[in-house]
Design a protein around this ligand. Sequence first.
Ligand SMILES: [Zn+2]
Length: 334
Amino acid sequence: MYRQAADIYQTLWAQYKELNRRKPDSKRFKEFWDKPPKAKSLHAKYTFNRTFGIKLEEQTVSLTALNGRLKGIKYTCWNEHQKLLSQGEIGDATLWYDKSSKAFYLLVPVTIEVQEQTVKQIVGVDVGERNLIAVASTTGEKYIVPTLESWKRIKERYHRQRSELMSKGTRSANRKLAKLSRREKRFTENVLHAVSKQLVLRHKDAKFVLEDLTQIRQNRITYRGKDKEARRQAEQWSFASLQNNIIYKAQLYYGIAPVKVDPHYTSKTCPVCGHVSPDNRPDNGELFVCRNCGYSEHADIVGAINIALKELVKDQETNLKGLLVNQPDAPRQG
Ligand SMILES: [Zn+2]
């Protein structure tokens, strides 16, 4: 914490000097040191094996504080993360205090050596609103993971409670609201963790191809009121979080980094003949029917196939380029 305090005072000292130069007669300058400074969020850096230590078997950490060393502080974390801590190289940590949950978090980075595997399949993943994910692999596997009914129900319940609390607007309602959204977030995190883990384990040594969400969702933003906007943001967050889960697990398990592709036209293009038209998806419904060649498939699966295709085309292009540049020797005459 002392380092952060030093930072704050450095900033304040700079402001003080600036005021002294520009407005030495102002009230703000004269009363500058009367009020204690405020830190926006409480966080402090810790150096591994110097200002913090960790005992994995006991699940405790020790931290250097202003009044000496604090030892044997119990911590909790996911079992998987605990395992990673024992396998990897621990780096410098950040201690962070979360005001709303009144809890301290020690963020510990871990570097893990992963052997890069050879890519055996390319897997397109479409993250969606109706279905959680649609998947298409070059192995021929195509399937949809629907949003669980139980999850939908729980989300609905949270949403109802949230609206009620928001309309009350009292202090205690706001407190309950914060607690509720934390619980909802934790719940969602657990679901996304499980879904992404299943996905990544099912496709061994896969290069996952995902949509670049930053490129498309903006088009869909329409003003739908505070309530719906909050829900939309929660949805956006869960799409991004699901993708991040896939990215991190694929790298951890196989050492293969997923790629993101431009998602434009992935829902309107026929993967067989390449015909692009919004009419390929009548009424924006679940069924894709190509107006040109008649190919039909679940619209979300078509999305996943097109996402995988975008990467495949890229791969082929580089292969073709390689062939063009490195021409095999022409057969010799003689
Ligand atoms: Zn077609």
